[in-house]
Design a binder for this molecule. Structure first.
Ligand code: UD1
Ligand code: CA
Length: 409
């Protein structure tokens, strides 16, 4: 469910694409659904659907909700995409991105055990303001869900809220949605009203979430900040469990989807972004930024005040101090001297720098791309290797512009 605009986030774009730890919010739910083992996923989008379509890029079915007429209406739009499907349907809200595959598994297991038409995730909230309240009968069974706008003063005191994570039997779901009438206050068709309709037959259960952190929704800008901080912690914990040594988790930021090999040490004040892959036994930081899907081979060092972007670096290569490495392909056992810059941008286009195995780049070298430095070649301190003036294998160049000094034996 990703058609919402996120007006309360004070953001213009589709809420589903609001980034959390470098990845669009909706991706977290798709990952959870896939990890759970969902047979098919359908995304319902509306506001700025083109951007959502570009992001999904055919990876999942996409349904267009042309007008945002409410969460119930949104689910109805998926009916055709699910025609002929007669199993259980998980309904997830893209603005509840911390829900895990484990929780989905527990919800579906409960649904199966009790043969309900709907099992939904609930949580006891200290601050239920804005959420749907779960009204239970004396025997504990779910009666209905009351939205904030429709709740009486008494009902507003209910602290058990609807998280926005449900599993339904397909046929009763669509049948009940057909019976939902428009909400007078908001002019929307509520999914929660469909839950109330199913509850009349006593076939709805609300299961209390075992991890309350997972149930937080992203509704306000401060929710976004809080949830991102929680997600950051989860990501760090995952790497730590995988054997990455993170010296100071408080000053380490790693995007969702980054891969780091065991034995790698991440020193303080490091940012690792956008699907980068770092090998085993590397040292990253302190004060380093690895971005743009960079790949760093086993045993390499990315030291202080180094930025690496859209680059591939081989094994046991050292980039230890004050360097910018952009759009570069660097081999193995290369030494990049302090202050080396790949001048990759000519004001219009980005160009590539290639540095082959065993090369030694002197301190303060500027490599004006496109340019190649050959195997075991060497540049003197302060050399400026100009565009296209490739340095052949084992050749030493010095000066500005760099000229050949000798060939290494
Ligand atoms: C909803 C629930 C509320 C619950 C809360 C949990 C309803 C009516 N209420 O309220 O009980 O406590 O979530 O966070 O469902 N959407 C569409 N199309 C629409 C409207 C919504 O796709 O026309 C999607 C949104 O993108 C979002 C989800 O449905 O992912 C929920 O909509 P939202 O407007 O955020 O509902 P809440 O007011 O938060
Ligand atoms: Ca919401």
């Amino acid at each position: 469910m990703a058609a919402g605009r996120g007006a309360r986030l004070k953001s213009d774009g589709p809420k589903a694409l609001e980034p959390i730890c470098g990845r669009p919010m909706v991706e977290f739910l798709l990952n959870a659904a896939r990890a759970f083992g969902a047979r098919k996923t359908v995304v319902v989008a509306g506001h700025r659907i083109g951007e959502v379509r570009n992001f999904l890029n055919g990876s999942t079915a996409l349904v267009h909700q042309k007008k945002q007429l409410g969460s119930g209406h949104a689910v109805s739009q998926a009916r055709a995409a699910l025609s002929g499907f007669d199993g259980s349907v998980l309904v997830l809200y893209c603005d509840t991105p911390l829900v895990t595959a484990k929780t989905l598994g527990e919800l579906v297991a409960d649904h199966g055990r009790h043969g309900t038409d709907c099992t939904l995730l609930a949580v006891e909230s200290e601050n239920p303001l804005g959420y749907g309240r779960i009204q239970r009968a004396a025997d504990g069974s779910v009666r209905k869900i009351i939205e904030e706008n429709d709740a009486s003063a008494e009902e507003k005191k209910i602290r058990e809220i609807n998280v926005g994570c449900y599993v339904f039997k397909a046929a009763p779901l669509f049948r009940a949605l057909g019976e939902v009438s428009v909400n007078a206050a908001k002019h929307e068709y509520y999914l929660t009203d469909a839950v109330g309709i199913l509850a009349k037959n006593g076939k709805v259960r609300a299961v209390v979430a075992s991890d309350r952190e997972e149930t937080l929704g992203v509704n306000t800008p401060s929710d976004l900040v809080r949830i991102e901080a929680m997600m950051e912690q989860k990501i760090l914990n995952r790497h730590i469990e995988n054997g990455v040594r993170i010296r100071d988790p408080k000053t380490t930021w790693i995007d969702e989807g980054v891969v780091i090999g065991a034995g790698t040490v991440v020193l303080p004040h490091v940012v690792i972004e956008e699907g980068s892959v770092i090998g085993k036994n590397c040292v990253i930081g302190p004060f380093a930024r690895v971005r743009g899907g960079s790949r760093i081979g086993d045993g390499s060092v990315i030291g202080n005040f180094v930025e690496v972007t859209r680059s591939v670096i081989g094994k046991k290569t050292l980039v230890k101090h004050l360097s910018y490495v952009g759009d570069a392909a660097i081999g193995s056992s290369v030494n990049i001297g302090a202050g080396t810059i790949t001048a990759n941008y000519d004001g219009r286009k980005k160009h590539k720098t290639v540095i082959k195995d065993g090369a030694e780049i002197g301190s303060g070298t500027v490599l004006v791309a496109p340019v190649t430095v050959g195997r075991s070649a060497k540049t003197g301190a302060g050399a400026v290797v100009t565009k296209g003036k490739n340095v052949p294998d084992r050749v030493v160049v010095v000066g500005v512009p760099a000229r050949k000094l000798k060939v290494r034996s």
